[in-house]
Structures are given as structure tokens and as C-alpha cells.
Write a protein that binds this ligand. Structure first.
Ligand SMILES: *[C@@H]1O[C@H](CO)[C@@H](O)[C@H](O)[C@H]1NC(C)=O
Ligand SMILES: *[C@@H]1O[C@H](CO)[C@@H](O)[C@H](O)[C@H]1NC(C)=O
Ligand SMILES: *[C@@H]1O[C@H](CO)[C@@H](O)[C@H](O)[C@H]1NC(C)=O
Ligand SMILES: *[C@@H]1O[C@H](CO)[C@@H](O)[C@H](O)[C@H]1NC(C)=O
Ligand SMILES: *[C@@H]1O[C@H](CO)[C@@H](O)[C@H](O)[C@H]1NC(C)=O
Ligand SMILES: *[C@@H]1O[C@H](CO)[C@@H](O)[C@H](O)[C@H]1NC(C)=O
Ligand SMILES: *[C@@H]1O[C@H](CO)[C@@H](O)[C@H](O)[C@H]1NC(C)=O
Ligand SMILES: *[C@@H]1O[C@H](CO)[C@@H](O)[C@H](O)[C@H]1NC(C)=O
Ligand SMILES: *[C@@H]1O[C@H](CO)[C@@H](O)[C@H](O)[C@H]1NC(C)=O
Length: 659
């Protein structure tokens, strides 16, 4: 009786303890540390992302990626040769390159090695190859999450979970899905949806039962999707490695493991899916990085552009001021930047065109800075003048200031092109209003005409006498008389004659000036004087009264030359007949007669007979009466001089005695 329990006791003592290993490994990764030596052994293309996700494979084809727990784990009681129970949970995600087409899959693996020499990707999941497949000496246990249906391996579909022992053909497998507690219907689940999926694998070494459970939630469902009776004791060796292997083939996916818990003494702790690192975060990080780098690049680019433009501007500025200082033009008109004027005139757009001067096109513009309205005259400078002479010329005329002159505001020179900037004259030039042939919208009345005549005489006087040196206009004509918004007459285009070559323009003759306004002596001597300006002014007086051009080609032969026609009418004693009929007689006859006679006087062929501008103004203002024109000495052509009786009462007529 005493002996009976002894052998049992002895037997028990002889046996190694039938327990789990002394320090049963259990671990949990809620995040993977990128230091693989302390955490995971990575092989193939596997790596750990910046935010702690095990990235087994990317979407490169025919690749293998593995992540294994670094240390071997005792899986079998060496004495009894019975496998130990184990439990594991992990969260994964399969993100295919092409939506709906997953590229193979991943497998939770228990194997005697971490290296898998000769293993192949694709359907072998980086675990086996065609020769090794099925060999019991592989000692391989795997639970595969497969997204490709391989008929050779008898896969049931392209979205299944299978249990593989030593071979890639599954011992048992099932369509992916999961159960919700209290609902016996298997919920659909697509492995390669990119969703975070949690898997639980539990092996009960006593019951020889293996359960595989899936869910998209953190809580483990009570019902597994795969539960099969299996004894893993022959499969396992004493020490095994656990981890994940994944592969891509022609079709590819990114395979991710977010967290992993493993326990050999009890149920593995479920993972809290919401607190694992996420792909969104990863993408955000990547995007964030891209966003920041793009932003930084753009800022850098803008900075560079600003610096370059700034430098160019400063250099230009320096150059420009240098030029101006060099030529002492600080008192002269403002040098504009070509671009500024180009912008102001909308790139010299045809819509901005105000007219064609004898010297070039005139554009309307608005300066961007000051919103000042300007007129920009664009002339191609063919003059042989050097830039220095040109600038001194421009600076001279720019300093002429008179209320009856169109103010030159500035200039810009650009590649043989000259831009002159003037005050903008709202009502344009006089010729638009007085010539019948221009069909004006509005007819100027006598008072307006008389005022304009007075204005222009003042402007011209200023040019001749108001400046330290005599400035000749050389092109007085209706087209150069401009009208501001208050209908004041202003003389434009003065002093420019030297600046450009009139020779190229058919309207103007070789001698500077315009036909019909050209004093006869000019064609002989070619030397302009104040007197030749007066001649042109005389022609202007006549045309303002008569409302026609100095030379009207459409008129009858006797009316062809305005001056001659007015002379004829004067001789006939019916001078008022020449007055613009559109005025319908609504004129101050005394003024009209005076202006006509003054016009004839100024238009005398003999320069000495012409009054000076100062005298002209006296006549116009009525300070002194016009000298009586006594007669006319015809020289055959009717264009001779005329003799006037000098009115001795007029003190200013001393000079006229020489007439
Ligand atoms: C990685 O782990 C090794 C071994 O524990 C350690 O020596 C090393 O400092 C670690 N490196 C980092 C970056 O954590
Ligand atoms: C992973 O490595 C880090 C340090 O590198 C360590 O603190 C952590 O405990 C390791 N995790 C596991 C599960 O070994
Ligand atoms: C995948 O990873 C490998 C190794 O890190 C790399 O060489 C390859 O360019 C990656 N492919 C893609 C598509 O990102
Ligand atoms: C499979 O792997 C084994 C072991 O590395 C190797 O000997 C064998 O040649 C491989 N077979 C193929 C077809 O690659
Ligand atoms: C199984 O593999 C072992 C070792 O690699 C080899 O000796 C044996 O011949 C293989 N058996 C079969 C059936 O291929
Ligand atoms: C797989 O397991 C189910 C029960 O879970 C069983 O009905 C089926 O026959 C098994 N299939 C194979 C191939 O063993
Ligand atoms: C169980 O799940 C299925 C599929 O999602 C659903 O149609 C059904 O209503 C659910 N049953 C219960 C009792 O919740
Ligand atoms: C496997 O699942 C069944 C329910 O289907 C359960 O009774 C059993 O305890 C589970 N086994 C393990 C090892 O979790
Ligand atoms: C392993 O299981 C034991 C017993 O249930 C438990 O006390 C322990 O916390 C678990 N460890 C892990 C890491 O899940």
C-alpha cells in the first residue's frame, strides 16, 4: 500500500515540469521602434515607418518583407514534445496598388528560422519555394491572409484566411469576414480594402484547437471565423521564431502591421485600433512634409525673384540717376521708365491712340502711381544728334512753363525711340473743331475762337520772349493747338523741331514746318526766325476765322490758297464773306475784321512787314488799333508785299515804319 504511490511520485519527479517555459514570453507592441535590434528583425524590403508602423512591403513587384521577433521562443516542451498553447493579436492593413486588386498577402508565421533561404515571393509569401513546399522538415506554421486566388494552391478565393502547415496549400481556409457578437451572420470584410483589421490567433495545446478570429474593431468577437482541430506538436520545434512575412507578385500591395501582442500564458491582449499609429497620419506626415517643402521652396523662389528684381531696379535707378546727374538735368523734366509708360498706355494700344502728329503717334495714358492722365508722344528718333544734345534739348523745353503751353512732363528714351510725356488735353486739338472737312461734332463759337487765338498768341509770345533764350516753335498750326477741359488754347509740340527729322514725313517739307504755314523766305534761306513763326500764326488766325485749311485742295482754284483768297476778298471789299458760314454771322464783326487783317499782316510775304508777337497781342487786346492797310503792291502773282500807312499815334509802331 505504501509502495503504490511511490512509483507515481518517482515518475512525477523524473518528468520535467509539464509547465510553460520559466519566463514565458509575452510582449506587446503598440508601436514599433525603428531600432530593430531591440524590437524586430527585419528582412527583405521591410522597414518601420517614421510613426512606428511595420511596413512589410511596398508596391514594388516580386518583393518579400519580413518582421520577426528577434529572439527564439520555446514552443514545445522538450520532454513531452507537446506544443505549448499560444495566443496572438495583431492589427494589419493591406493597401493595394490598384484598388480591388490586392497583391498577394501576409502571413503570421511560426518557423525555425527568420531568414527563409531560397524562399520565393508571390504565392509563397516569402516562406517557401516550389521545392521546399510541402516538406515536413520545414516545420512551418502560418496563417495566411491572402488576396490572390492561386489555383495551383487550391485557394478558395482572392480574399481568404488559411492555415498552412509546411506547405502553401492551406489545411483549412475560409472567406474573410467577421462576426459581431449576437449576430450569427458573417460580416463581409475585404482584406485589401486598406482598412485596419485586427486578427487573433489562438492555439489551445490541450484541446488541439486553433481559432482564427477577425474584426475591424478593437474588441475580440466571441466567434472565430476559422476554428479547426489541429495538433501542432509535430510541426513545432523546441524553439521557434514568430513574426510576419509578406510578399508581392505581379500584383502588389503595401502590407502594414500596426501593433502586435503575443502571449504564451494566456490570451493575448487585444489591440486598441484607435490608439495605434495610422496610415492617415503617415500620409499626413508625408503630405505635411511635401507641403512644407513646397512652401519653403516657393518662399525661397519668391525671395529670389524679389531680390533679383530689386537688384535690377536699384541698378537701373542708379544708372538713371547717374545719367541725370551727369548731365545736370535735375531741373528738367522727369525721366520716365519705358515700362511705366508702356503700362500707362496699355502697351501703346490702338484704342489709346489720340492722333498722329507730324512727328509720331500720340497715345493717351494713365500713370499707375498717380493716376495722372497723360499724353505720350512716340517718335522714332532718327536725328543724328548725340544723346547729350538731345537731353539738353528735352530739358530746355521741359522747363518752359506757361498756361498756354502744353506742359512737357517727362520723357523716356528706348532703343532709338523717344517717348515724350505731356499733360493730357481733354478736348484734343483745334483742327478737329474748325475744319469743315473734319465734320466736327461741335462748332466753336466766335468767343471761343477769339479766346483760343489770344491764348495761343500768349503762348507763342512766351516762347519768343519769355524765356532766357528765344525758342522758335517752327510748327504753329491748328493741329498743334490743343484744348484743355476748359477750352483754353494751349500750344503743343514746341521746340521739338530739332529733336526729330521731319524729312521722313510727307506732310512736312524738308524745311521744318507744315505746308501752308511756311513763310516763303524759309524755303529760300531755310533759316527759321520768330518772323516765320508769326507767318504760321497768321495762317492760323485766318483758318480759325474761315474754318478751313490754309491750302484746301478740294476748293475752287481761286480759293485754293487761303491767304490769297482772303487777300482777294479784302481787295474786293467784302472781307466778311470769308468768315466761317457755320458761325451764321453770330460774330463780333470788329473782332473778326481785326483778326482777318492781322492774319493778312502776319501772312505777309515780306518778313519785315510782319508784326512781332508782342505787337500782335496789343492788336488783339485792342490796346492799339491795327494800322490801316493802304494798298497792295502786286508782284504779278498776287503774293506781293503790301504797303501800310504807319499810324503815328501808335507808340509801339516805331519798328513798323520800316515796313
Ligand atoms: C538600438 O538598440 C541598441 C541595442 O539595444 C542600442 O545600443 C542603440 O543605442 C539603439 N539605438 C537607438 C537609436 O535607439
Ligand atoms: C522596443 O525597443 C524599445 C527601445 O528601443 C524598448 O523600449 C521597447 O521595450 C521594445 N519593445 C519590445 C516589445 O521589445
Ligand atoms: C519599395 O522599397 C524599396 C526598398 O526600400 C525601394 O527600393 C523601392 O523604391 C520602394 N518602391 C516603391 C514603389 O516605393
Ligand atoms: C528552394 O530553397 C532551397 C533552400 O534554400 C534551395 O536549396 C532550392 O534550390 C530552392 N529551390 C528553388 C526552386 O529556388
Ligand atoms: C525535405 O527537405 C530535406 C532537407 O532540406 C531534404 O533532405 C528532403 O529530401 C526533402 N524531402 C522532400 C520530399 O523533398
Ligand atoms: C475546414 O473546417 C470546416 C469547419 O470549420 C470543415 O467543415 C471543413 O471540412 C474543413 N475543411 C478542410 C479542407 O479541412
Ligand atoms: C447581422 O448582420 C447582417 C449583415 O450585416 C445584417 O443584415 C443583420 O441585420 C444583422 N442582424 C442583427 C440581428 O443585427
Ligand atoms: C475557439 O472558439 C470556440 C468558439 O467557436 C471557443 O469555444 C474556443 O474556446 C476557442 N478556442 C480558443 C483556443 O480560443
Ligand atoms: C499574458 O496573459 C497573462 C494571463 O492572462 C496576462 O496576465 C498577461 O498580461 C498577458 N500578457 C500580454 C502581454 O498579453
Amino acid at each position: 500500500m505504501l509502495l503504490s504511490p511511490l512509483p507515481c511520485l518517482l515518475f512525477l519527479l523524473l518528468l520535467p515540469p509539464p509547465t510553460q517555459p520559466t519566463s514565458p514570453p509575452s510582449f506587446i507592441y503598440n508601436i514599433f521602434n525603428s531600432n530593430q535590434s531591440t524590437n524586430l528583425t527585419l528582412t527583405g524590403i521591410a522597414d518601420i515607418t517614421g510613426n512606428g508602423i511595420l511596413h512589410l512591403t511596398n508596391v514594388s513587384s516580386h518583393q518579400i518583407g519580413r518582421g520577426f521577433y528577434p529572439d527564439p521562443i520555446p514552443f514545445k516542451n522538450p520532454a513531452t514534445q507537446n506544443a505549448y498553447s499560444f495566443s496572438t493579436a495583431f492589427a494589419f492593413s493591406i493597401v493595394p496598388k490598384y484598388r480591388k486588386l490586392g497583391g498577394h498577402g501576409l502571413a503570421f508565421t511560426v518557423s525555425p528560422t527568420k531568414d527563409f533561404p531560397g524562399a520565393q515571393p508571390s504565392q509563397y509569401l516569402g516562406l517557401l519555394n516550389v521545392t521546399l513546399n510541402g516538406n515536413t522538415s520545414n516545420h512551418l506554421f502560418a496563417v495566411e491572409f491572402d488576396t490572390v486566388q492561386d489555383f495551383e494552391l487550391s485557394d478558395i478565393n482572392d480574399n481568404h484566411v488559411g492555415v498552412n502547415i509546411n506547405r502553401m496549400k492551406s489545411v483549412n481556409s475560409t472567406k474573410t469576414g467577421f462576426f459581431i457578437d449576437g449576430n450569427s451572420t458573417k460580416q463581409d470584410l475585404c482584406l485589401h480594402s486598406g482598412k485596419k483589421i485586427q486578427a487573433w490567433i489562438d492555439y489551445d495545446a490541450v484541446k488541439h484547437q486553433l481559432n482564427v478570429t477577425l474584426s475591424v474593431f478593437s474588441k475580440k468577437p466571441t466567434t472565430p471565423i476559422l476554428s479547426l482541430p489541429v495538433d501542432l506538436s509535430p510541426v513545432f520545434q523546441d524553439f521557434m521564431y514568430v513574426g510576419f512575412s509578406s510578399s508581392t507578385g505581379v500584383l502588389t500591395s503595401s502590407h502594414y502591421i500596426f501593433g502586435w501582442s503575443f502571449n504564451m500564458t494566456g490570451n493575448a491582449e487585444s489591440l486598441d485600433l484607435d490608439h495605434l499609429p495610422s496610415l492617415l497620419e503617415l500620409k499626413k506626415n508625408k503630405k505635411g512634409f511635401e507641403f512644407w517643402s513646397v512652401l519653403m521652396f516657393l518662399i525661397f523662389l519668391v525671395f529670389c525673384i524679389v531680390v533679383i528684381f530689386g537688384a535690377v531696379y536699384v541698378i537701373k535707378r542708379l544708372k538713371r540717376t547717374e545719367v541725370v546727374e551727369d548731365w545736370e538735368l535735375d531741373l528738367g523734366p522727369h525721366p520716365y521708365c519705358y515700362k511705366e509708360l508702356k503700362e500707362a498706355t496699355k502697351g501703346f494700344h490702338e484704342k489709346q491712340l489720340l492722333g498722329f502728329g507730324g512727328s509720331g503717334k500720340v497715345y493717351k495714358g494713365v500713370l499707375a502711381d498717380s493716376k495722372t492722365e497723360i499724353a505720350v508722344k512716340r517718335i522714332s528718333r532718327k536725328s543724328k544728334q548725340g544723346p547729350k544734345e538731345f537731353l539738353s534739348e528735352v530739358s530746355t523745353i521741359g522747363r518752359l512753363r506757361h498756361r498756354n503751353l502744353v506742359q512737357l512732363l517727362g520723357w523716356s528714351g528706348n532703343k532709338g525711340e523717344l517717348l515724350l510725356v505731356y499733360d493730357y488735353m481733354a478736348n484734343g486739338s483745334l483742327d478737329k473743331y474748325i475744319y469743315r472737312s473734319n465734320n466736327p461734332k461741335m462748332i466753336l463759337n466766335w468767343d471761343q475762337r477769339f479766346k483760343i487765338i489770344n491764348d495761343i498768341s500768349n503762348g507763342l509770345l512766351y516762347l519768343h520772349e519769355g524765356w532766357e533764350q528765344t525758342v522758335l516753335h517752327r510748327d504753329v498750326k491748328a493741329g498743334n493747338v490743343l484744348l484743355d477741359s476748359d477750352w483754353n488754347g494751349r500750344l503743343g509740340d514746341f521746340g521739338l523741331a530739332k529733336l526729330y527729322d521731319h524729312g521722313s514725313n510727307p506732310i512736312t517739307t524738308k524745311v521744318v514746318g507744315t505746308l501752308g504755314y511756311l513763310a516763303p523766305e524759309l524755303t529760300r534761306t531755310g533759316k527759321p526766325t520768330t518772323s516765320s513763326d508769326v507767318y504760321a500764326f497768321g495762317a492760323l488766325l485766318l483758318e480759325v476765322v474761315c474754318g478751313r485749311r490754309p491750302i484746301e485742295l478740294k476748293a475752287s482754284p481761286e480759293e485754293l490758297i487761303l491767304v490769297d483768297w482772303v487777300w482777294d476778298k479784302w481787295r474786293e471789299g467784302c472781307l466778311l464773306e470769308v468768315v466761317d458760314s457755320r458761325l451764321k454771322g453770330a460774330v463780333n464783326e470788329a473782332e473778326v475784321m481785326m483778326v482777318l487783317k492781322l492774319g493778312l499782316m502776319c501772312s505777309s510775304d515780306e518778313p519785315l512787314f510782319r508784326p512781332s508777337l508782342r505787337q500782335v497781342i496789343r492788336y488783339l487786346k485792342g490796346v492799339v488799333p491795327l494800322p490801316e492797310i493802304l494798298g497792295l503792291l502786286c508782284d504779278g502773282g498776287g503774293k506781293g508785299g503790301f504797303v501800310v500807312k504807319v499810324d503815328d499815334s501808335a507808340p509801339s509802331l516805331g519798328k513798323m515804319k520800316s515796313w
